[in-house]
Design a protein around this ligand. Structure first.
Ligand SMILES: NC(=O)c1ccc[n+]([C@@H]2O[C@H](COP(=O)([O-])OP(=O)(O)OC[C@H]3O[C@@H](n4cnc5c(N)ncnc54)[C@H](O)[C@@H]3O)[C@@H](O)[C@H]2O)c1
Length: 296
């Protein structure tokens, strides 16, 4: 079990959408909350709302693409609220442009904010969790990372989200002895400000903020017109999974079939191919130098 009441939590991207829902629900469940966001005014509004409801919250400016910004944010959180046990690495930005229509700067931005942002934030907070022998890292991934064959025209975003799923699953193995757990949240449709506000989140080094909604082309339309739940309705579900140390949280049960079909098709086709190859050509040569991965 991961304890939430009385613990200190950081929510990146807490100024809007899913992060805002998580920050408010964490406070309702008794956590002290740092709302960290590149849009400081939005983070302040969320922290004000939490305090008005009787909770404990601070707002901190942070660009998760910059290690120095994360370090400064961590220092501010530690000074105000003490060491952090719960990290919600949630900040992200999206893109529905064809890969070759994207500028290099936009590809770098989508990879850095969604993948490196989670890596950098995780590495900043892990040492205190290890020292305190307690922690939980929840990263907001996406169904686009778990099922990259589901939504078209989403290449750097799917790559980054698949990357953080791998990061969380592997980190869980490494952190087990430290009583630190990980959860990947794979939203399947939450009504947030992402499509409208996305361009405003672009840091200066990737070209700076822009205006205009995310363009969702025809290829992705069928996959993006589903039920979109509210962040407030989703947050208790995510915290329930965190409390129970679940490796994943999904929010749309009807996506189960797609998940099951995708992975069982991969298992059947690819293992059938491997078996057929072995039958026809013999087992490939192994251990040419006598080396094994884990010496006995
Ligand atoms: N809404 C969905 O259906 C959906 C689906 C799959 C995944 N997600 C993921 O959920 C997370 C939250 O997105 P959302 O839907 O709530 O969108 P949102 O646009 O409402 O919120 C994103 C928040 O992240 C902040 N942010 C952006 N870049 C940042 C940076 N460099 N540093 C710090 N903060 C930054 C923004 O200011 C904003 O407050 C993202 O990681 C997104 O990829 C959302």
């Amino acid at each position: 079990m991961t304890e939430i009441t009385g613990r200190t939590a950081v929510v990146t991207g807490g100024g809007n959408g899913i992060g805002m829902g998580l920050a408010k629900e964490l406070a309702r469940q008794g956590a002290k909350v740092a709302v960290a966001d590149i849009m400081l005014a939005n983070a302040q509004k969320v922290a004000d709302t939490i305090r008005a409801e009787g909770g404990t919250a601070i707002a901190v400016e942070c660009d998760v693409c910059e290690r120095s910004s994360i370090a400064a944010m961590k220092q501010a959180v530690n000074d105000a609220l003490g060491p952090v046990q719960l990290l919600f690495a949630n900040a992200g930005a999206t893109s529905f442009d064809p890969l070759m229509a994207m500028s290099d700067a936009d590809v770098d931005w989508i990879l850095q904010v969604n993948l490196h942002g989670v890596m950098n934030t995780t590495r900043a907070f892990l040492p205190d969790m290890i020292a305190g022998k307690e922690g939980h890292i929840m990263s907001t991934a996406s169904m686009a990372g778990l099922l990259p064959g589901w939504i078209p025209v989403h290449v750097p975003y799917s790559a980054a989200k698949a990357g953080i799923i791998g990061m969380m699953m592997n980190l869980a193995l490494e952190m087990r002895e430290h009583n630190i757990y990980t959860t990947s949240y794979c939203p399947g449709g939450v009504a947030t400000g992402m499509n409208q506000n996305n361009a405003r989140y672009r840091p200066a080094k990737f070209g700076g903020p822009g205006e205009g909604a995310v363009h969702i082309g025809e290829a992705s339309k069928d996959h993006t017109s589903m039920d979109f739940f509210t962040p407030d309705a989703i947050a208790p579900m995510v915290l329930n999974a965190v409390r129970n140390n679940r490796a994943f949280v999904f929010d749309h049960p009807e996506q189960r079939e797609h998940f099951a079909r995708t992975y069982s098709a991969i298992v059947e086709a690819c293992y059938d191919d491997a078996e057929a190859w072995h039958r026809e050509h013999g087992t490939p040569a192994a251990n040419p130098t006598g080396a094994v991965l884990v010496p006995s």
